[in-house]
Every structure is written in structure tokens, then in C-alpha cells.
Design a protein around this ligand. Structure first.
Ligand code: ADP
Ligand code: MG
Length: 730
């Protein structure tokens, strides 16, 4: 068996692994019966915990009251009994380190008895509340030296524990926060929770001015729409670039791409739909409220979207969604690609982050109502967001920066790297009115006649949609669209919450000290001032257009095209002061994130460069040489058989072009080898800049010639699955 067939056998083994869990029969078990069936949620807590313990726990979850350590033992033993009934043998503290993915270490419930007479099941309050994984192998960005290996996980009671099923047993999963021995946040959850607290505090001040004293907590809410690709796993395993880098480093554009616009919302292929149904089933059991599924724009691209939840839960559920998509895809012989740009030349993937603020009394603070022009409270919260995005556009850009997302932002598909806000006609009109004086009217959409008697009249929205804006108001929430498909949503939401907290703080402070007794008047003049100062960030036009790039430059809006350009914005004094003022990140924690993100960038490019070289040298070059030899042999055979030279001129030309392309490939391999072996002196930023300026272009140069060879070499010799296969065979 050659290397390839061994590989294929391994692929088959993975695909065929496992006991397929009994499929749920929805005729006998309605879908709502399985929903959250594996979650230690409020219902389970109410039914099983002592009343007083239940009450205290709910106070913490719903009102943010500090956790009473006295209830831990009771919660732990109840949780253990529930989990064991669900088949759990182990528990794990799940955490969200700065790698951007999840981490877990499993411990068994089993505790052998001292006298050797068997074992009992143990899980104490102490074990629920605190875990101690070795922290030394997680990125800390200089927060701790390697010898200071201690790290702690702390139970997050606001994100319910759940059961993760496996054919061979189940595990109780407890979402946690992750801190260093010195108390610094080593994860993405702690800053997110801190930012939610900061926003709540400031929003309450504003609400109090509007007489809403019954509100005791404001939550930010998030509904993230996840885009992803599914391709056949056999192709995936034959592409070392997909396995190790998540994206194709070679691949020529197929004759047919997405230009026919026939994939978006197209009918979902049978196997893909089967995979989606099972992924959704798994997510329902875990209480993840997934709602929508459809084909996306690029061939083989899809989307899944949940109903929104509070940001912390939405974050944890979003991580679960990504994990589940990947895990379930395998069972269907598919590979789920979450990279921002797996294929050049067709659309990449994003994660639209729908965001709003809601009170514990159930009010969405970004709900404009029917007549937003006289909904002062809405206008104030909306203006707070506009001001925040304008003042801190750089930080929002940092929050979505990565080597992968650089392929998307600025390309003609995803939102541009320039951060601007789309308000839509109705709201833009109101903001224009406010700038000149109190707003007096709201444009209404009216109704549409469809011209056929049998069809109903449809209400028309007051404004159209805009898909080119990175930050759009969509009815009763803002949609941050530049977030990338593969990233954790914790970072972008931490930034959003913090910058809006700062705006609300500013607004509350201004209104509290307003000289006029007339509250409405004070609000009007503050709104006018905010719009005047921040309207440069508002843009309702085409975000992809050349004009916008010029116009944005004229307005002085930042346009950070790459991660390397963007990152310094997070370590400016303004940013550090902002994060420390609202107790979201200390100066040290900010710097650690700067280091980690740039390190990550540099390492990503480095891995891609190494892989490009490997594939070029061990796959593409040998194939090209083989083809070249074949052509040369056929020419000599023809000559030997007495073919006249003139008859062979086309073949000679082909051979000449082949050999010059091969030489060019070899030359470019040499240049990339040199670039990848060196690095710039200096700090992390200098290293990242070197990767951007020296490594990426040399890598692209190798790809360019590799892709040219793909169009010249015989198909049966070409060693890599092609775009036309990966994107269209499903
Ligand atoms: P659209 O069609 O404008 O994208 P949808 O109603 O389909 O709007 O919602 C898209 C996403 O926005 C969904 O995940 C939804 O749950 C989420 N969403 C809706 N309302 C809110 C809100 N108040 N806060 C956060 N996300 C929201
Ligand atoms: Mg949307």
C-alpha cells in the first residue's frame, strides 16, 4: 500500500468511527422535548436544589449579586447527582484561554475508599468553585513567567453546566473563568464579564435619569450568525494546507465560482442538511437556541444563527456551536472549515455579531418603537453607540484583527477595514433633524402593492438594508459584521461593551450636571452635540466603493488594512486608560493581549510559509517535473519516429513554457525559504511587520506560479484536490 492509500484508509477509519447515537424520532419526540435536556438550567435547579440555595443562586445569575460561598457544597452535590443520572463519569472545568479556543481537563467523580473496599462518587463545593489546571502552556503575553505555572479556573454560575455526550460515557461540563496565580485574567471570559458589569453600571445611571428606577441590571445581548464551509473530508485530508492552516495555500480559480449567484439561499444538499440537522439536535440538547440555517454566497458555504442571549451565554454557546459543527461534520464524511478565507477568489466567512442592551425588566434599549423621533431614551442609547464607535473605531478594528481576517477586510466582499455605521434612511433622517434642533417626525415605510390580487399587501420597512457596512443598525440592534468566522466573540463584545459604557458614562455625567431644569431640553442639546461631533462615522452608501475609501480618508477615519497596522491602537494611552477606568483590563492585561495577538499573527504566517514551501517542494514541483518529462519524452518519441520539426513546434513551446515556469517556481521557493528563515530584529511588532512585509509577498509569489502550473499539468498527475472539486462535489 502506498502512502496515499494508507492515508485514505486512515480517513475512512475516522469517518466510520463511532457508534452513531440513536437518531431522535421527531414524530414521537417533539423537538421542544429535547431542548436543554442536557443543561443544569433554572428548571433543574428549581426542582432539585433546596429552596434557599436556589434563590441565592438565581440572585447571582439574574441580578449579579456576589456568589454566596456557603451554597457551593449543596449545588455541587445536586449537580453531581443530576450528572450521574445522565451517565456522567467525569467532570471538567471548561475555560476560554487567549488561544481563542476552549480548554478542558477532565477529572473522574470516582474516589477510591481508603480500605480498598470499592469507590464512591465525589464532587465537592470546592471542586465546583475552583480548579487548578497547569497554566504554563497557555499564552499569557508576559503576564507570567513559565516557572509560575499556577492558574485557577473559577466557576461561572451565570453560564449553566451541561452534559457532553460521547458514545462511551458523558461528561459534566462546567463553564469557568481562568486567572493567573497573581490574579490577572488569562482568558476571554473575565474581561467580557467585567465589561458587561461596566456597561450595566453606566446604563443604570442613564435609565435613572429617565425615571426607570425599577431596573437593577442591564445586560448586553448578542446573536452571532456563523458562516462556515463544508467540504468532503477526503479532499480535506488530501490538503495539508487545510489540515494545518485551515485555508488553501494553493488552488487556481475554478471556471465556475460564485458568479452565477446560484448558491445563496439555494436548496441545501441532502448530506449537508443531514449534518446540519444533527448539529442542531446536539445544540438543542445543550440549550443553544439555534434558529436559522441557509446556504451562503460562496459554493459550499453555509450559515447557522441562534436567537440572541445575554453576551456571556451567547459567547459560551457560540464556542459550543463551532465545536459541534466540527465534531458532527466528521460523522457525515465532511470537514467544517471555520477559517475566514479558506478559498481565494470566493467569499470568505464572517460572524455577524448582533448586539443590543436589555434591562432585567425585559426592555430592549435599542428598540426605536414606531416613532423614534420622540423616543428620547432610545435616541440617547443609540447616540451613545454612535459616539463610542466613532471615538474608538481603532479598538473595534483591533478586536477583529487576525491574519485570517486580513484576507477578508478590505477585499470586495466583507465589510471594509474602515469602521463606519449604517443607520438606514429613517434613523439617519432623525439624526439629521436632531443636529439642527429637536426631531419632529419619523419617515414611515408604508405598504407595498404586489400587483396580483391574491397576494397580500406587505408592510415596507422604512429603510433598505446595506450589506457593505461593517456596523449597521438593523431594526432594534446593531450588527457588527466585520467579526470573523473563526474567532471568539468575547473580544469584540468586550470592546463594544466597554466603549459604550464610556459613552453612557459621559452622557449620564453631562445630564446629571445640566444647568437647565428642563430634562428634555438638556437631552436635546446633548444629542445635537453628540451627533455634530460624531457624524463623520455615519455612512449609508456603498462601503466597498472607491469613493468611500477617498471620502473616509477625507473625514480622517482610520483605515487599518492589516492586523499589524491595527494592533498599536490597543496600547495607546487612551485605550489603556479606558480599559483601566472601567476595570475591564489592567495596563498589564492590555499589553499581554497586544503581545499575544501579534505573536499569533507572526506564528500563523510562519506556519503558512513553511507549509507553502513544503507543498511547493514535495507536491507541486515533483508533479510539474513529471509532466515535463512526459512531454519531453513524447517529443523525442515523435522525433525518433521521424516527425518533421515544424509539426512539433507547439509541443516545443509548451515544453519551454513548462520548464521556464518550473524554474520560476524554484527561484521563488528560494526567495521564500530565505524570507522564512530570517526575522527582523526587535520586538513582537517588528517581527509581525516583517511577516507582513517580507514573508506574505514571497508566499503569494510562490502560490502564483504554483497555481499557474495547476493549469498546465495533467490532471491525473496533479497531487492536490482542486477548487472545482472541493467546492462543487458535495
Ligand atoms: P436580520 O434579518 O436583520 O439579520 P434577524 O431577526 O434574523 O435579523 O436576526 C439576526 C440575529 O440577530 C439573530 O441571531 C437574532 O437573534 C439577533 N438579534 C435579534 N434581536 C437582537 C437583540 N435585541 N440583541 C442581540 N441580537 C439580536
Ligand atoms: Mg443579519
Amino acid at each position: 500500500m502506498g502512502a496515499t492509500s494508507v492515508r485514505q484508509a486512515a480517513v475512512a477509519a475516522i469517518t466510520n468511527f463511532g457508534v452513531v447515537p440513536p437518531r431522535i424520532n421527531y414524530k414521537t419526540t417533539p423537538i421542544n422535548a429535547i431542548y436543554a435536556s442536557n443543561v443544569f438550567n433554572e428548571d433543574v435547579q428549581r426542582a432539585r436544589l433546596p429552596k434557599s440555595v436556589f434563590k441565592k443562586l438565581q440572585q447571582t445569575i439574574k441580578k449579579g449579586v456576589p456568589l454566596d460561598p456557603g451554597i457551593a457544597d449543596s449545588v455541587a452535590s445536586t449537580m453531581r447527582d443530576w450528572a450521574v443520572e445522565k451517565g456522567a463519569t467525569h467532570y471538567t472545568h471548561l475555560f476560554y484561554p487567549m488561544t481563542g479556543i476552549t480548554a478542558e481537563k477532565h477529572d473522574s467523580f470516582v474516589a477510591p475508599m481508603d480500605d480498598g473496599a470499592g469507590a464512591i462518587l465525589e464532587f465537592s463545593g470546592k471542586e465546583l468553585v475552583r480548579g487548578e489546571p497547569d497554566a504554563s502552556s497557555f499564552p499569557s503575553g508576559g503576564l507570567r513567567a513559565t516557572f509560575e505555572a499556577r492558574g485557577y479556573t473559577a466557576w461561572d454560575p451565570t453560564s449553566p453546566a451541561y452534559i457532553l455526550e460521547n458514545p462511551n460515557g458523558t461528561t459534566l461540563v462546567i463553564p469557568t473563568a481562568f486567572v493567573s496565580w497573581t490574579g490577572e485574567a488569562l482568558d476571554k471570559k473575565i474581561p467580557l464579564l467585567r465589561s458587561m458589569d461596566a456597561l450595566s453600571q453606566q446604563a443604570l445611571r442613564v435609565l435613572k435619569l429617565f425615571g426607570k428606577t425599577e431596573v437593577t441590571k442591564v445586560f448586553t445581548t448578542v446573536g452571532p450568525e456563523q458562516e462556515y464551509f463544508l467540504i468532503d473530508r477526503n479532499f480535506y485530508f488530501a490538503r495539508p494546507d487545510l489540515i494545518n492552516c485551515g485555508r488553501t495555500l494553493f488552488g487556481t480559480k475554478p471556471p465556475k465560482g460564485q458568479e452565477m449567484e446560484d448558491h445563496y439561499f439555494g436548496s441545501i444538499p441532502e448530506r449537508v442538511l443531514a449534518c446540519m440537522l444533527e448539529a442542531e439536535q446536539e445544540l438543542y440538547k445543550l440549550g443553544v437556541p439555534v434558529k436559522t440555517r441557509h446556504n451562503e454566497v460562496a459554493p459550499a458555504q453555509y450559515e447557522i444563527a441562534p436567537i440572541f442571549e445575554n453576551s456571556n451565554l451567547a459567547h459560551d454557546h457560540q464556542m459550543l456551536t463551532m465545536e459541534t459543527l466540527k465534531r458532527v461534520a466528521e460523522k457525515y464524511g465532511l470537514a467544517c472549515l471555520l477559517h475566514e478565507k479558506p478559498f481565494a477568489g470566493v467569499n470568505g466567512s464572517g460572524k455577524h455579531n448582533n448586539w443590543s442592551m436589555a434591562t432585567d425588566t425585559g426592555e430592549n434599549l435599542l428598540n426605536p418603537g414606531d416613532t423614534p423621533h420622540d423616543n428620547m431614551q432610545f435616541l440617547v442609547f443609540c447616540a451613545a453607540v454612535i459616539r463610542a464607535v466613532n471615538k474608538h473605531a481603532g479598538l473595534l478594528r483591533v478586536a477583529i484583527a487576525s491574519a485570517g481576517n486580513d484576507h477578508r477586510l478590505g477585499a470586495n466582499e466583507a465589510p471594509p477595514a474602515i469602521i463606519s455605521i449604517y443607520l438606514g434612511d429613517q434613523l439617519q433622517d432623525i439624526m439629521d433633524q436632531i443636529e439642527k434642533g429637536p426631531a419632529k417626525s419619523t419617515k414611515q415605510g408604508g405598504y407595498m402593492e404586489l400587483g396580483a390580487n391574491v397576494l397580500p399587501k406587505l408592510p415596507r420597512d422604512a429603510g433598505d438594508r446595506n450589506r457593505t457596512s461593517p456596523f449597521a443598525f438593523t431594526g432594534n440592534k446593531f450588527e457588527f459584521r466585520a467579526v470573523s468566522s473563526g474567532q471568539s466573540i468575547a473580544g469584540p463584545n468586550t470592546v463594544l461593551n466597554t466603549i459604550v459604557a464610556e459613552s453612557l458614562d459621559y452622557i449620564a455625567t453631562q445630564l446629571e450636571k445640566a444647568k437647565t431644569k428642563d430634562f428634555n431640553k438638556a437631552v436635546h442639546s446633548l444629542l445635537a452635540e453628540i451627533i455634530k461631533e460624531n457624524k463623520q462615522v455615519l455612512y449609508n452608501g456603498d462601503g466597498y466603493s472607491e469613493e468611500w475609501h477617498k471620502e473616509a480618508a477625507r473625514r480622517g477615519l482610520p483605515n487599518f488594512r492589516t492586523t499589524v497596522d491595527a494592533m498599536p491602537a490597543i496600547v495607546t494611552k487612551q485605550a489603556v486608560d479606558l480599559f483601566s477606568k472601567y476595570k475591564v483590563l489592567t495596563k498589564k492585561e492590555v499589553h499581554s493581549r497586544f503581545e499575544i495577538m501579534l505573536e499569533n499573527y507572526k506564528k500563523t504566517i510562519n506556519i503558512e510559509a513553511q507549509m507553502t514551501l513544503l507543498m511547493a517542494k514535495t507536491m507541486i514541483l515533483p508533479a510539474a517535473l513529471k509532466h515535463q518529462e512526459m512531454v519531453a519524452r513524447s517529443i523525442s518519441a515523435a522525433k525518433a519516429a521521424g516527425a518533421p520539426a515544424a509539426a512539433l513546434s507547439e509541443q516545443d513551446k509548451h515544453l519551454a513554457e513548462l520548464s521556464s515556469t518550473v524554474s520560476e517556481l524554484q527561484k521563488r521557493i528560494g526567495i521564500l525559504t530565505h524570507a522564512a528563515e530570517h526575522h527582523a530584529p526587535g520586538d513582537t511588532l517588528a517581527h509581525a511587520k516583517y511577516a507582513l512585509d517580507a514573508v506574505i509577498p514571497s508566499m503569494q509569489a510562490v502560490r502564483h506560479v504554483g497555481d499557474k502550473l495547476e493549469t498546465m499539468v495533467a490532471d491525473d498527475i496533479w497531487p492536490l484536490p482542486t477548487y472545482r472539486e472541493m467546492l462543487f462535489i458535495k
